[in-house]
Ligand binder design. Sequence first.
Ligand SMILES: [Zn+2]
Length: 292
Amino acid sequence: MMRDAFSQRKDRLKVFQAARERLLRRPAPDRDDLRNINCPLCGGRILMADLRAALYVCPACGQTLPMPAHARLENLLDPGTMKERQEGLKTTNPLAFPGYSDKLDRARRQSGLNDSVVTATGRIDGLAVAIACMDSRFMMGSMGVVCGEKLVSLIEHATKRKLPLVIVATSGGARMQEGILSLMQMARTSQALNHFHAAGLLYIVVLTDPTTGGVMASFASLADITLAEPGALIGFAGPRVIQQTVGGDLPEGFQRAAAQLENGFIDAIVPREDLRRELQFYLTIHRKEGRL
Ligand SMILES: [Zn+2]
């Protein structure tokens, strides 16, 4: 009798203990989730947690807002399959450009990244891919030596392993603080893609807002399939520069995704929530065996 009472009490204690452990294990609410930001288009206040859940598309007006590289990878790749490459590679200040080191420190702190691109391998619906996502929070997604090097290394890896390649681009262009060294990355990425294409492999680029300058003029315009997000600004020189040069008004929607689709520059506009499915479709019909 006494023994029963003891073991009942012991069981109850176990239940309490398990519940307490569950509570302790639950992650504390992310302070960032409780932050509000204003949509740049409609001005509406959006809770960060809601914005994340909506894949960084404004719930009020539908505007596609910039998406952090890791959130993008998490959205596109099968859970638990992402293997990031060269995440520790850090830019120095190769030309001793005044103020550049401070700018890099600030960009690292604000974005939590070491440079403007995250490269990885992983799977989309079970299909192995090499993937790169640029992040506009790091110096407008500009391309310097580290960004170029990470992309070239990823493209070479994909060529060697016969993997399809997906690049989600966003960039203001080459990084001026690295001068000619950053312009060289246009040639390096293009050359690496030449070998990749010669091996008969598939390259899909997703142009997001904005993709301009030296990135647009190199690897972002060399894909087999060119997709864009709704409303993305896509071009070499921006509309302001062109307007100043031609000295006249530009048509509405100039260099936006819809106009670029109409002009045959891109193949399709894909809303963010459909992107994973769309990539999965292209990867399936172009399927080749590859290893990660
Ligand atoms: Zn909005």
